[in-house]
Design a protein around this ligand. Structure first.
Ligand SMILES: Cc1cc2nc3c(=O)[nH]c(=O)nc-3n(C[C@H](O)[C@H](O)[C@H](O)COP(=O)(O)OP(=O)(O)OC[C@H]3O[C@@H](n4cnc5c(N)ncnc54)[C@H](O)[C@@H]3O)c2cc1C
Length: 393
């Protein structure tokens, strides 16, 4: 019986455990630092009023039908590829035949003064619940006033948050019968265009849609500092206590903490060979790996699919094939429309929302199996507002 240790229960880790669930001669230990899986594509929606359950899913439930996997809720701290051993934060060690590191990214504030102290994040469920409560309170306790909400970073997450924030504000106003509250939403981007990873056509479509929804898009604007009352940028300062930081992500510190064992690219991602290995016994997957399209859930799923095949081939002593790095399809929802991009093709419109819905179902299915995926997916469009203190009273 071989032992596979998967460090990280995100898209790559959970998908891999599911793909290998019928491998009777393989024992799997999955180590994750929390009891929940984070379905990040739904995080921004949870921050703006939709069901949190679509973004936070108990790992135990996800893997209930995966009999050869034991889940440990601990933090992985060290790895020794030569001795084939991982060490957890309580000092426990795990010996492995194969290991997969898929630990995701963490937030960075690029040392910009005040941002870490005063801004809200959208990268974890804890962060989004705080943000949701805060937005709710700014509206419910500020009737007849005006608030500026500033989203920093115009990647897909920033664009999606900026587009949906106004809708959430309106829903709280309606609930509290507030008529003349005024919300200004700003989207601040250091580069010359929004959605910089996508085509120029996608950027233009997105900007047009955001402007239509009243969002003020500020490109070529560098954030210099934040105080408890203002955001200071290269284009001037904005009075606000509502800053949402979506701009910075860096590789998980686990790799730098074990840097003697890894090689890195200039963005801190880990070099892998054509089999996604950093060493004979160790694979690196998902956002951590230096492959062309890492940084997307779809890529993490593809890494896991590949590693599952590679481990099976190695165990059966069959020929191994190199990882192929196919172009991903990206679908970014922006308020009432979605924009799809595949290679040079960019399509936008309300009909693309159907593609995004289908993409979400496939995303859930990849990590949950079809039946469990359907129970979550059918509720993803439902609104909830448990953060309303006033209504609760
Ligand atoms: C807000 C947001 C929205 C996004 N939207 C989209 C989208 O719409 N489409 C898309 O394709 N991609 C999207 N992404 C990117 C996508 O979420 C990532 O590419 C994907 O999650 C990467 O999968 P992963 O398995 O590498 O890491 P993750 O899914 O991040 O999983 C890593 C896991 O490791 C755990 N972990 C971390 N450190 C340790 C440790 N030391 N020990 C044990 N466990 C640890 C984490 O808690 C986590 O459970 C989004 C990302 C964010 C932040």
């Amino acid at each position: 019986m071989k032992h596979l240790v998967i460090a990280g229960g995100g898209f790559a880790g959970v998908r891999l455990a599911r793909k290998l669930r019928k491998q009777k001669d393989l024992k799997i230990t999955l180590v994750n630092d929390s009891e929940d899986f984070r379905y990040s594509p739904a995080l921004y929606r949870a921050a703006t009023g939709f069901k949190v359950g679509a973004a936070r899913i108990p790992l135990e439930w996800m893997l209930i039908d995966v009999e050869n996997t034991n889940v440990i809720y601990k933090k992985v701290e060290k790895i020794n590829p030569t001795r084939k051993m991982m060490t957890l934060d309580d000092g426990t060690t795990l010996d492995f035949d194969y290991a997969v590191c898929a630990l995701g990214m963490v937030t960075t504030y690029f040392n910009i003064e005040g941002i870490a102290d005063h801004s809200f994040g959208v990268k974890s469920v804890q962060e989004i619940l705080e943000l949701k409560q805060h937005i709710h309170n700014t509206v419910a306790t500020n009737a007849h006033k005006r608030q500026n909400y500033v989203v920093i970073g115009a990647g897909p997450t920033g664009v999606e948050v900026a587009a949906t924030l106004g809708l959430y504000v309106q829903s709280v106003m309606k609930k509290h019968k507030i008529k003349d509250f005024r919300a200004e939403v700003f989207l601040v981007e250091a580069g010359p265009r929004i959605l910089p990873q996508m085509s120029e056509k996608a950027s233009k479509l997105a900007e047009k849609e955001l402007t239509k929804r009243g969002v003020k898009v500020l490109t070529n604007t560098i954030v210099n500092a934040e105080t408890s009352l203002r955001l200071k940028t290269s284009g001037g300062s904005i009075a606000t206590q509502n800053v949402i930081w979506t701009a910075g992500a860096m590789n998980n510190p686990f790799f730098q903490n074990n840097k003697q064992h890894f090689k890195f690219n200039n963005r801190g991602k880990v070099h892998v060979n054509k089999h996604l290995q950093s060493h004979g016994s160790v694979y690196v997957a998902g956002d951590n790996a230096d492959t062309r399209f890492s940084g997307l859930a779809l890529t993490a799923i593809r890494h896991a699919n590949y590693i599952s095949k590679d481990i099976k081939a190695r165990m059966a002593r069959k020929p191994r094939h190199a990882y192929e790095d196919p172009y991903p399809t990206q679908v970014v929802p922006i308020g009432k429309i979605s924009i799809l991009q595949y290679r040079g093709l960019t399509l936008g419109g309300t009909y693309m929302n159907i593609v995004r819905r289908v993409a979400d179902l496939v995303g859930y299915k990849d990590v949950l199996g079809l039946l469990k995926a359907l129970t979550i997916w059918q509720n993803t469009d439902h609104f909830e507002d448990e953060s309303c203190n006033f209504c609760q009273k």
